[in-house]
Design a protein around this ligand. Structure first.
Ligand code: DGL
Length: 260
């Protein structure tokens, strides 16, 4: 069974990819809705939350854990790997691999304040390809907009324009959606930066990496014998979570309160 965690709804973008690319695998999800957003918090707090989330997933049977949160991947990967016995995958590394595999030169990265502050994307991209120019932009209001289910409100468009204008002026050719919540806003983001800018959603590359990993290590997480099971835990029941999750995953979602 694959364990996936995020601060809230964002990791469901990774779950959707798992359903698509690994339809035989059962999934246990944890959204830390009591503590979201992570991106405005300090490093130590994000590390503590992430370690607790991973331990919780391990305790309910996860055989492998995907940190479906760029913020936690950026500042807590080492801590999470040390805290659990099962293998741990992050979302930043596969996204970086996808960026450097393309012949692009001007890459924008949008993410939470903590992800931008960590400079993880800039560092890892330039370590492999120093010539790629990386421009970062924090978009702190995007996560609460998604958690509230306010993607289609008129003010969301104004906020997106404000955040993305600076990157547009840099003539970026690629934009990394460096927060798993942002694919919920993909339509607004693409329309602000223009259709010629290639959007990279780390969820796809992450699940492709997970698939390769499970093929290489076939004993780790067995495919479901009959139907795969999907369990969704949260640390606080939020009104919007179930509704957005159902819409995003196109299947019924029953929330369970995690006993952390
Ligand atoms: N979705 C997460 C990320 O990818 C966390 C967002 C947040 O809680 O601030 O960064």
């Amino acid at each position: 069974m694959i364990g996936v965690f995020d601060s809230g709804l964002g990791g469901l973008t990774v779950v959707r990819e798992i359903i698509k690319q690994l339809p035989d695998q059962s999934v246990v999800y944890f959204g830390d809705t009591a503590r979201t957003p992570y991106g405005t918090k300090g490093t130590k707090a994000i590390q503590n939350f992430s370690v607790n989330n991973a331990k919780f997933l391990e305790s309910v049977g996860a055989d492998v854990i995907v940190i479906a949160c760029n913020t936690a991947s950026a500042v807590a990967l080492k801590e999470v790997k040390q805290a659990v016995k099962v293998p741990v995958l992050d979302v930043v590394t596969p996204a970086v691999d996808e960026v450097v595999a393309r012949e692009r030169q001007k890459v924008g990265v949008i993410g939470t304040s903590a992800t931008v502050r960590s400079q993880v994307y800039e560092r890892l991209i330039n370590k492999i390809k120093p010539k790629i120019k990386v421009f970062q932009q924090a978009c702190p209001l995007f996560v609460p907009i998604v958690e509230e289910g306010s993607e289609n409100r008129p003010e969301t468009k104004i906020i997106a324009r404000r955040y993305l204008n600076r990157l547009k002026l840099r003539n970026i050719d690629t934009l990394v959606l460096g927060c798993t919540h942002y694919p919920f806003l993909r339509r607004h983001i693409q329309s602000e930066v223009g259709s010629n800018v290639k959007l990279i959603d780390p969820a796809q590359a992450t699940v492709a990496e997970l698939r390769r990993f499970l093929v290489a290590e076939p004993g780790i997480s067995q495919p479901a014998k009959k139907e795969p099971k999907y369990r969704f835990f949260v640390s606080d029941v939020s009104v919007n979570f179930e509704r957005s999750a159902r819409r995003w995953l196109k299947r019924p979602v029953k929330l369970e309160l995690a006993n952390l």
